[in-house]
Design a protein around this ligand. Structure first.
Ligand code: B12
Ligand code: SF4
Length: 491
């Protein structure tokens, strides 16, 4: 194998691990669309700003399988390898790191993101990683790179864990970035942008849709959520958001933006300024955002619509106030209903995310959630079965209470949210998991097979590619099969 000359070796190689989809979830493979790993692109941008050389490879998006990924890393021989790790990626990340440690034992490995942060001891003590970064990674990675390359003392770097000379883990004070505008925009120029496509359902041009994060953090603290960047919400200024959109439009011909901020609406004045900025500058893009129902406001929805917003995603979760309380959502069914109707009033398409099988749920309450979904003028609904994700309060309680569950077996977490996923089979006492699957399938069937939804789906399908079309057919078939196969026991 031809290795790189030392002067060509990048200081840092940042990677997203290969996908497990091909080998493990054949049934949903064609549905899966990787999205831009913004965290890695933000880190890359800050490293570049500080003069370090960076390579970025998203093995997942590029469809590069594990053996080729390992060969490529060996060939590149980075001075530092940085890898992102969410739970659904953990299985492949571990397979990759085991081999990299074997073939490139001298290469320092740095891990980041929710999963590795939660299980940092595991990665350090099993010699899979030398450092684990907690929380925002941009500043920490620059400081750590400097320390590694100059053989300095990692104790001086905030926001990391590592092993000391005695093999004990050391965790330094956290590093939270308050001034997000001080960070350079994601290094889009390093990404193979054509590999990332949004869902055709909401976007006329999926390949011209980019994701953006314009704020970080969430104050709510739902028990099923593992939000990594803490309860403190930090914002990019409206000017910065508008300038980034302008850059994406000018450089990549972007026509749609999906804002992924968990709390996009939290600061109304900022939302208004973003909208006015888009309108004043004549930036004609379509966009979507996520919203907590408590922050729904008529004046915001009105200006959002004028500024090109077409869809708002709401985490409605449950159709029962006691269940909402159990998951710490800090909202009520009535507030959810009000928000959905308000969005419709201003011409925004409301999409609802629902959770089945939350703590305290019974079969009757699951049905109540589905009935709630059906009662709303939603453009689309997703009924997911709750997964106790590492890092969430639910996970801690689950692991403590259910000794049969191996908290270190991450092979069962899949990386799409679609129906047909395979995930650890958790369900509340008295509501068997199999029953939940049936309720889910019936809910999907009842929601989607209403005449108005069939018409809407058919209308939307006109912009689907052949690939999308096959995927839709497959999901529909799987849903129908599961729901009809189980009808006699579930009615
Ligand atoms: C936006 C978002 C998405 C987007 C885009 C994801 C993407 N491609 O990055 C979409 C909608 C596609 C998505 C999908 C999913 N997501 Co999501 N998502 C988020 C969300 C709301 C924000 C993530 C984000 O972009 N933050 C801003 C960027 C700048 O930060 P970041 O990615 O966290 O990266 C920073 C640090 O983590 C760190 N870091 C990250 N990687 C590395 C690597 C190195 C080397 C270093 C040093 C540091 C570092 O530094 C980065 C910069 O500060 C988070 C919640 C949250 N706020 O964390 C959930 C979250 C990450 N998602 C989650 C889940 C479960 C999923 C799905 C499985 C959902 C589903 N069932 O479909 C899929 C899986 C996607 C996948 N890649 O496999 C979970 C992960 C839980 C876990 N234990 O792993 C989270 C935490 C939310 C939750 N429910 O608890 N998601
Ligand atoms: S689910 Fe949404 S509202 Fe709840 S804590 Fe996570 S990001 Fe916040």
């Amino acid at each position: 194998m031809e290795l790189m000359h030392s002067e060509d070796r990048p200081d840092v190689l940042l990677i997203a691990a290969p996908s497990t989809m091909e080998s493990r979830f054949k049934s949903t493979t064609s549905l899966y669309k990787p999205t831009e790993p913004l965290g890695l692109l933000y880190i890359a941008a800050n490293l570049l700003k500080h003069g370090y050389s960076v390579r970025f490879i998203d093995f997942n998006a590029e469809g590069i399988a594990l053996p080729e990924a390992i060969s490529l890393i060996e060939k590149i021989q980075p001075k530092i390898l940085g890898i992102s790790c969410l739970t659904q990626e953990a299985y492949m990340v571990e397979e990759l790191l085991k081999q990299v440690r074997h073939t490139l034992p001298q290469t320092p490995v740095v891990m980041g993101n929710v999963h590795s942060s939660y299980f940092f001891d595991y990665y350090l003590k099993n010699n899979l990683s030398d450092y684990v970064v907690h929380g925002d990674g941009e500043e920490t990675m620059v400081a750590l790179t400097e320390v590694i390359l100059s053989k300095g003392d990692p104790k001086t770097v905030n926001g990391i864990s590592y092993l000391d000379s005695e093999g004990g883990s050391v965790t330094t004070p956290p590093n939270i970035i308050n001034d997000l505008d001080a960070l350079p925009p994601p290094a889009w120029e390093l990404a193979k942008i054509e590999k990332y496509k949004a869902s055709f359902y909401y976007n006329f041009q999926p390949d011209r849709t980019r994701i953006m994060i314009s704020s970080r953090g969430c104050p709510i603290g739902c028990t099923f959520c593992t939000i990594h960047d803490g309860k403190k919400v930090r914002f990019h200024s409206a000017e910065r958001v508008v300038a980034e959109i302008q850059h994406l439009v000018d450089t990549y011909g972007t026509t749609h933006i999906n804002f992924q901020d968990p709390m996009f609406l939290t600061r109304p004045s900022r939302v208004r300024d973003i909208c006015n900025g888009l309108i004043d500058k004549g930036i004609k893009i379509g966009w979507a955002c996520e919203a907590h129902v408590n922050y729904a406001r008529e004046d915001l929805f009105e200006i959002m619509k004028k500024a090109g917003c077409h869809t708002v995603f709401f985490g409605l979760e449950c159709g029962d106030d006691a269940l909402l309380k159990n998951i710490g959502k800090r909202t009520t069914v009535e507030q959810g209903k009000k928000a959905i109707h308000m969005a419709r009033k201003y011409g925004l398409k409301p999409v609802g995310f629902f959770l089945l099988g939350v703590p305290g749920e019974t079969e009757a309450l699951s049905q109540k959630t589905i009935d709630f979904g059906l009662s709303l003028p939603l453009d689309m609904a997703f009924f997911s079965i709750t997964v106790p994700l590492p890092g969430s309060q639910m996970f801690k309680e689950f692991v403590e209470n259910d000794k049969r569950f191996d908290p270190y077996n991450w092979n069962g977490f899949s990386n799409t949210g679609y129906f047909g996923d395979k995930n650890p089979e958790w369900s509340p006492p008295g509501l068997p998991y199999e029953k939940l699957k049936v309720i889910q399938a019936n809910g999907m069937r009842r929601f989607h097979l209403r005449p108005k939804m069939i018409l809407r789906h058919l209308w939307t399908l006109r912009r689907a590619t052949l690939h999308d079309f096959k995927a839709v057919l497959m999901t529909t078939w799987m849903t129908l099969k599961e729901s009809f196969a189980s009808r006699p026991t579930s009615s």
